[in-house]
Design a protein around this ligand. Structure first.
Ligand code: ADP
Ligand code: MG
Length: 225
């Protein structure tokens, strides 16, 4: 099932000098996909995820989410889409400082939704945080915070999971574990788009792309570089 589709997306930043991280990017994402986008730092990977996450409006091209043109969405429709269908594992995502970990997860289950504490506890367990459920974010290490953000990103069973260098700050064990959990999510019907500056996870991908000069190139078929 198709979840979203970028068609000839163009994005530039105009702050003095014009920077064009996305010139002409096309990508179709289906449920079950685990798409890895590689590219060096500064190339536009995060920009791509901001567009896919409807946090940033492109300057050209079309972005369809479940066949609907997102550029026609109002702000509240976009925020409903994000809260309901998209999970963000971003470098700069933050937990709510005044809430404990468990409360952060319950909050992310959705405003107006029925709360499911058992599911929150199950996710905390999967991310090795069961004994930190009552901790506030400031009481966690950087790696624990990142795992907590990953748990929060998954709690509403998002159709699309956007992961921006999700293994940064994590040790070997948890890097492997995060990738395993993301693959498991794809296996259970979500789609994952993960961007990374290294090619380490290439073999895990169902589709491997490289962002280069503002264009997304499918390198699934080529040998690892
Ligand atoms: P990556 O995630 O691959 O490191 P980014 O998408 O963060 O790359 O950034 C791509 C380019 O766009 C960089 O050169 C960056 O400096 C520039 N850039 C990112 N955000 C902005 C912004 N809000 N305003 C101006 N330039 C930006
Ligand atoms: Mg980035």
């Amino acid at each position: 099932m198709e979840i979203c589709r970028l068609e000839h997306i163009h994005k530039d930043y105009r702050m003095g000098e014009v920077v064009t991280p996305l010139k002409d990017v096309s990508l179709t994402v289906h449920s079950g996909d685990f798409i890895v986008v590689e590219g060096p730092s500064g190339i536009g990977k995060s920009t791509l995820l901001y567009v896919m996450g409807t946090l940033l409006q492109s300057d050209g091209g079309t972005y369809l989410f479940e066949d609907k043109d997102v550029s026609r969405f109002s702000d509240s429709e976009k925020s409903g889409l994000r809260a309901g269908k998209i999970g963000f594992l971003f470098q700069d995502s933050a937990l709510i400082q005044a809430l404990t970990l468990r409360e952060n997860l319950l909050f992310a289950q959705g405003i107006g939704q029925k709360k499911d504490p058992a599911q929150a506890d199950e996710l905390l367990r999967r991310f090795g945080l069961e004994d930190r459920a009552g901790f506030f974010p400031y009481q966690l290490s950087g790696g624990q915070r990142r795992r907590a953000m990953a748990a929060r990103a998954l709690i509403h069973h998002p159709a699309l999971i956007l992961a921006d260098e999700p293994t940064n700050d994590l040790d070997e064990h948890w890097s492997l574990e995060i990738i395993r959990i993301l693959k498991e999510q794809a296996g259970s019907g979500s789609a994952v788009v993960m961007v990374t500056h290294n090619s380490r996870w290439a073999e895990e991908a169902s589709k491997r792309c490289r962002l280069e000069d503002g264009i997304l190139i499918d390198i699934s078929q080529t040998a690892a570089i």
